[in-house]
Write a protein that binds this ligand. Structure first.
Ligand SMILES: Cc1cc2nc3c(=O)[nH]c(=O)nc-3n(C[C@H](O)[C@H](O)[C@H](O)COP(=O)(O)OP(=O)(O)OC[C@H]3O[C@@H](n4cnc5c(N)ncnc54)[C@H](O)[C@@H]3O)c2cc1C
Length: 306
């Protein structure tokens, strides 16, 4: 709940860049989730910092969301302000083989830029849907390459909006699908990523190869959040779920994908409760059938889960 006084203050800072009572199902690729009390898309860094200062002062929780491709929003919704950096969309080439990329830049925008300017190094991420902020917070990647391999520096706004700080790669702690070491509530606003000059046609060919491999192994035409679980060391979550007999299993409108068992698809009208039920069932069936514990990759937001 956002008190009327805080609501007016939010409107004063953000104008039409704040909306109230927005279904999270519209902000996440699984297309489930109850209402967020507010969704803010600040115009620039100064506005973002003013927003965070207000939230800190009024004790309103905030949550950063990229494009919601790795987020399960609960049916109970989120009582604070969802911050989206959709207006942070600049990319520029920097001397010495680097790109300065703002956090709201999308995966397709990065790929297009790299192909147009003949820059190699980020092709691996072409098929990882989302924003640069989400890529970094998740240390997104494929089996042989992750964001940590290309990050030179992050620029971060503190949780209370008081200052920005630059973190060189050596000070960051990237792990399998996570970035640790930033204070909770920090917002990545930009990153410096390593690239190398390359013929455009070769960059495009590498992107095409990766995208077509994905299209043949992943269910890309139904709403999902990609891999639900992290792969346990030396094994694959999808293989374990399939071996437990759950491939194709349904709860309500949610289904363990018949194409890739580590994906849960919203086949129509799913709720977050349906998805959560499948997550729990997969964890307990796999524990019983193989002894492995599946850890979630998807981030849960809202309610008491997070
Ligand atoms: C079909 C499909 C295929 C996928 N394949 C892959 C894959 O191969 N490899 C892989 O790693 N992932 C994969 N994913 C998952 C997803 O694409 C990645 O996790 C991606 O990085 C999510 O980006 P996003 O902007 O949508 O993040 P969101 O879901 O919006 O957010 C994810 C997390 O990042 C945080 N966050 C977002 N932006 C910021 C910011 N600016 N500052 C601080 N924190 C922030 C959020 O708070 C949240 O905790 C796939 C998903 C789908 C649907």
């Amino acid at each position: 709940m956002i008190a009327p006084r805080a609501r007016s203050a939010l409107l004063r800072i953000l104008g039409d860049r704040i909306r109230f009572d927005v279904p999270m199902s519209r902000l996440t690729s699984l297309r489930v989730g109850g209402p967020a009390a507010a969704v803010a898309t600040p115009a620039d860094r100064a506005e973002l910092m003013a927003l965070l200062q207000l939230c800190a002062g009024e004790q309103i929780e905030h949550l950063t969301l990229g494009a919601g491709f790795n987020t399960l929003a609960l049916d109970s919704g989120f009582e604070g302000v969802v911050v989206q950096l959709n207006r942070f969309r600049r990319i520029e080439e920097r001397p010495g083989g680097a790109l300065r990329v703002e956090a709201g830049v999308s995966h397709s925008q990065v790929t297009r830029f790299c192909v147009q300017h003949g820059l190699a190094g980020l092709e691996f991420a072409a098929g990882i849907p989302g924003t640069v902020g989400g890529w970094l917070a998740m240390n997104a990647g494929i089996p042989d390459r992750e964001m940590k391999d290309v990050v030179l520096e992050l620029e971060v706004v503190s949780p209370t909006g008081r200052h920005t700080q630059r973190f060189p790669a050596a000070e960051l702690h990237f792990d399998y699908r996570s970035l640790r070491g930033l204070a909770r509530g920090s917002i990545i606003v930009s990153a410096l990523l390593r690239v190398t000059p390359c013929e455009s046609a070769r960059v495009q060919a590498a992107v095409d190869r990766l995208l077509s491999r994905r299209a043949s192994t992943q269910p890309l035409n139904v709403p999902s959040c990609g891999s639900v679980f992290k792969n346990p060391p030396g094994d694959f979550a999808g293989r374990l779920i399939e071996a437990s007999g759950l491939k194709g299993h349904r709860v309500g409108g949610a289904q363990i994908s018949p194409i890739h068992a580590n994906f849960i698809a919203n086949t129509g009208g799913a709720t977050a409760a349906d998805v959560l039920a499948l997550i729990r069932e997969a964890q307990s069936r796999v524990a019983r059938s193989s002894g492995a514990h599946l850890h979630r990759e998807v981030r849960i937001v809202g309610g008491a889960e997070e």
